[in-house]
Design a protein around this ligand. Structure first.
Ligand SMILES: Cc1cc2nc3c(=O)[nH]c(=O)nc-3n(C[C@H](O)[C@H](O)[C@H](O)COP(=O)(O)O)c2cc1C
Length: 164
């Protein structure tokens, strides 16, 4: 799949089949993530794979608006060492995972991790060290639904020329 097709056809998916995600596909997503740009090339972003159903269930209980985490066979939790650009670096890696998932026939939905009331609880549950912060929680699997295309602003509504 070429990049523009991937960008134009990716959707947030919140329903998944029970089918497991193959290990090679997981490694391909982590490979895509680690290649993301990062400020000063510090590469502070790391990943926690959560497959265990009880642990996914617990994550789905902690993360408000992440109830569907328990229905995905795999969850990749993106964390970043606290640096000047940790949020940007973690977000770039997160988007690479979403696109690498889509490119391999998988689906996901970004569940917020940063600055949420539950961020600390997730960090505690996953033993994330104090000098790292939670960026995103990504339930991933084979889609069991065809979500509608989210309404997006038109190019003419978002584009400014030369100044705002
Ligand atoms: C930073 C961020 C946080 C998000 N958090 C959640 C969330 O907690 N739960 C959820 O169901 N969707 C979450 N989403 C997904 C958005 O709702 C989704 O991207 C948006 O509706 C557009 O749909 P699309 O991804 O299909 O284009 C989040 C997306 C982003 C970028």
């Amino acid at each position: 799949m070429d990049i523009m097709t991937a960008l134009k056809t990716r959707r947030s998916v919140r329903n998944f089949k029970e089918k497991d995600v193959e290990n090679e596909k997981i490694m391909e997503m982590i490979d895509a993530a680690r290649l993301a740009p990062s400020g000063n090339n510090l590469q502070p972003v790391e990943y926690i794979i959560v497959k265990d159903s009880e642990r996914r269930k617990r994550l789905s209980q902690i993360a408000a608006f992440g109830d569907f985490i328990k229905t995905a066979p795999l969850c990749i939790v993106v964390i970043s060492k606290i640096t000047e650009h940790d949020i940007e670096d973690g977000s770039a890696a997160t988007e690479n995972i979403l696109l690498a998932a889509h490119g391999q026939g998988l689906s996901s939905c970004w569940v917020a991790g940063y600055k949420k009331s539950y961020s600390f609880e997730v960090e505690e549950f996953l033993n994330i060290p104090d000098d790292y912060r939670l960026i995103s929680i990504l339930p991933i699997g084979y889609s069991d639904s065809s979500p509608e295309v989210a309404n997006k602003r038109k190019i003419s509504d978002v584009l400014h020329e030369e100044s705002f």
